[in-house]
Design a protein around this ligand. Structure first.
Ligand code: G7M
Length: 690
């Protein structure tokens, strides 16, 4: 339709009667490629307000063309000659010199963008980036799949179909690609389109698709061999990531043809895709996939918006000045206060331990796994398990689907999309494991073990209450071994029972932090104040939400956060009012930390000591250590404000705001501090006015 509502002429109307291009007018060159002898132009179409994209391509010579060119029908003009060397302009009979044109009309703006040459950039897409940036962008806008469905439903290109396996789940159709004439095998290009709908791209594939993929590989190659005589060993078959069209299809091209789009940042050989899925069903959900984005594309814009390319642009900018992904400060602070509930709310009816404390201990347990397990992932799962305390239904009979929906909504209402998605996918994974829906990976088995162990520990601690320190640990050690908890034989971590006992002693010792109230609050007579463990818990969450950049999967700040006060289970929570010098406090803490971890296997002890020391050392270039320090102080002032609101004693914790007024170093946390101070002032001004 034209803008004024009249039906526009379409270039392909009556295409079978067309004999010339008199209704096309060159408008501008979009791109050209000398080596593939291809040019793309935007053209105007007479009688239409919509543009056309015309891809003009000189074709490879066939033997027939060459025979025809070297014949009397070819006109010749000499250009130069020297000795035995001469150059001529040949003007062959048009039959032997065809130029192919693929015409898209009406072309959308997105088509014009796709074909316009512009600089590209590589994106290394993690699972989080896929869910947070790429997927929403694809779902919002993509090329129409009508042409795909036309082929599958045999409404178009029926006569071009070269093979079909009609199985609706594992079958597919094959036809020459739009780019190929279907004539000479030198530039053979066939496309296989799967019947099954809903598989958008490589990212959606798992082991359930293996039968389909194996059919595509074997039957597809065989069909090409039978139809065009190209041996199977000369057929390259691959999937694009990112594709232009989000309905699974496979490209088959002649091995010796330098086909457009076979570059390594775009093509994934089908054989390798199959092999990756055979080894790990979730490979394509979790793998980092690298691809190029063109500056004109919406995907590029989406990545630019979240600051993905910022690093390069701001190379000279100090990392302290970097900001977090844009989003409303107030909403993020609201969310942090909501999650602060987990610091205080018991995670079960029978015990006092809170969601936050319990998730913190599980995170530390995860840190005590061997390096062969993705510990960072487990630490995050453990901390994010506390999101259960968000929303309404937190009782033992949680209805998980409802809970997931509730959490998803709260996250997306408060946090920037990337962060919200990241937290939600972690929470959902926790929920799945809680519900026994394990994916068979080492990580899932370990996490399940951690959940079970935590429950046993909580029950055991309840039983111990009032019975003194020397309650029998035999039962719990046996359970740890039975669960094959890290420390037991499966990972050969603690081979001996004494090692398991030492590990339990360590767990018992650090668990004291789940009962150690933070001195600052006690001194100010805050009722029922948070414990040191609860404080470390929210720092861990802060570290997951934001690390060095929103882009890198880096949880350093989170790990530093959950370890930094661990030595306090030995030396207690020393505050500036305790009259202990900074140096003395640091020395005492280090000694205590070494003491605490002395009997742990060396690699595990180091895994805890390194983040602890990074926090203590605050080296100039260690951004995550500096960031964690800011988080430490920020968690404190946010908590102070929460207590002021709860206790209704006015701004009685002013000293905490005063002592931290100028201590923040990172631009990102400074912004939060400013927002918090404004909110607090407004809160108390309103209170006075009421
Ligand atoms: O990059 P991606 O993997 O999405 O590649 C899609 C392929 O589909 C490209 O090689 C196109 O040339 C091909 N293609 C696109 N269209 C619109 C058509 C069409 O209408 N018919 C056929 N046969 N192939 C098409």
């Amino acid at each position: 339709m034209s803008k004024n509502g009249e039906a526009c002429k379409r270039f392909h109307d009556n295409h079978s009667e067309r004999t010339d291009l008199s209704d096309l007018k060159f408008k501008r060159l979009l791109s050209d490629n000398a080596s593939s002898k291809l040019a793309v132009v935007e053209a105007e179409v007479e009688g239409s307000t919509d543009p056309a994209v015309v891809v003009i391509n000189k074709l490879p010579f066939t033997q027939q063309d060459l025979t025809g060119i070297l014949s009397g029908s070819t006109g010749v003009e000499n250009e130069m000659q020297n000795d035995i060397y001469g150059q001529y302009w040949l003007k062959p009979d048009p039959n032997y010199n065809p130029v192919k044109a693929n015409i898209i009309h009406p072309a959308t703006q997105k088509h014009i963008e796709k074909y316009t040459s512009s600089p590209s950039h590589l994106v290394k897409e993690t699972e989080d980036l896929y869910l947070g940036v790429t997927l929403p962008c694809i779902l919002k806008e993509q090329f129409s799949l009508d042409w795909v469905y036309n082929i599958l439903e045999k409404k178009q290109e029926q006569d071009r179909i070269i093979y079909e396996n009609a199985d609706p789940m594992d079958g597919f159709l094959m036809a020459p690609d739009f780019k190929w004439t279907g004539k000479q095998v030198e530039d053979l290009y066939v496309l296989a389109i799967v019947h099954r709908r809903g598989i958008k791209s490589l990212r959606d594939l798992n082991e359930s698709h293996l039968p389909l993929l194996r059919n595509l590989e074997t039957q597809g190659k065989l069909a090409i061999f039978k139809k065009y005589g190209l041996p199977v060993s000369k057929i390259r078959c691959y999937i694009h990531y990112q594709p232009s069209y989000y309905h699974l299809h496979v490209h088959f091209t002649a091995l010796e043809y330098d086909a457009p789009g076979i570059n390594c940042e775009k093509s994934h050989l089908l054989e390798e895709v199959i092999s990756n899925l055979e080894q790990n069903s979730h490979y394509y959900q979790t793998a980092e996939l690298t691809f190029a984005v063109n500056e004109k594309s919406n995907l590029y814009k989406a990545y630019k918006e979240i600051g993905y390319f910022q690093e390069r642009e701001e190379e000279n900018k100090s990392f302290l000045d970097l900001e977090f992904e844009s989003g409303s400060c107030e909403k993020v602070l609201d969310f942090l206060q909501m999650i602060g509930k987990a610091k205080h709310e018991p995670s079960g009816e029978q015990w006092e331990t809170t969601y936050g404390e319990s998730s913190w201990r599980m995170a530390v347990l995860a840190m005590c796994l061997p390096e062969t397990v993705n510990r960072q992932r487990l630490v995050q799962l453990a901390l994010v398990s506390s999101l259960c305390s968000l929303g309404t239904c937190n009782d033992e009979n949680t209805h998980w689907d409802q809970k997931s929906q509730e959490v998803k909504q709260i996250l997306s209402d408060h946090l920037p999309p990337l962060v919200a998605n990241k937290l939600f996918s972690l929470f959902q994974e926790h929920v799945d494991i809680r519900r026994g829906r394990l994916n068979g990976s080492k990580e899932h088995n370990c996490y399940r073990g951690i959940l079970e162990l935590e429950e046993i520990l909580l029950r055991w601690e309840e039983e111990c209450k009032g019975k003194g320190e020397n309650v029998c640990t035999e039962a719990i050690i046996n359970r740890m071994a039975l669960l094959q908890f890290p420390g037991a034989n499966r990972f050969k971590l603690c081979k001996e029972k004494t090692e398991l006992e030492n590990f339990l002693k360590f767990v018992m010792k650090i668990s004291e932090l789940m009962r150690l109230k933070r001195t600052g609050w006690v001194k100010c007579q805050v009722r029922d104040p948070e414990t040191v463990a609860a404080h470390m818990f929210r720092m861990g969450i802060l570290g997951i939400i934001y690390s060095h950049t929103p882009i890198r999967v880096e949880v350093d700040a989170c790990i530093i956060g959950i370890c930094h006060d661990m030595a306090e289970c030995i030396i207690g929570d020393i505050t500036p009012h305790c009259k202990v010098s900074v140096e003395d406090k640091a020395a005492r803490e280090l000694a205590a930390f070494q003491d605490l971890t002395r009997d742990l296997p060396e690699t595990i002890a180091l895994g805890l000591l390194v983040p602890f020391s990074r926090y203590e050392n605050q080296e100039a270039g260690d951004f995550n250590a500096i960031l964690t320090k800011d988080y430490d102080k920020f968690d404190m002032i946010l908590q102070a404000f929460e207590y002021e609101k709860k206790e209704k004693r006015g701004p009685f914790l002013q000293q905490f705001f005063d002592s931290t007024m100028t201590c923040f170093q990172t631009q990102a946390v400074k912004k939060w501090q400013k927002s918090l101070l404004e909110t607090r002032t407004a809160y108390f001004t309103n209170q006075t006015n009421v």
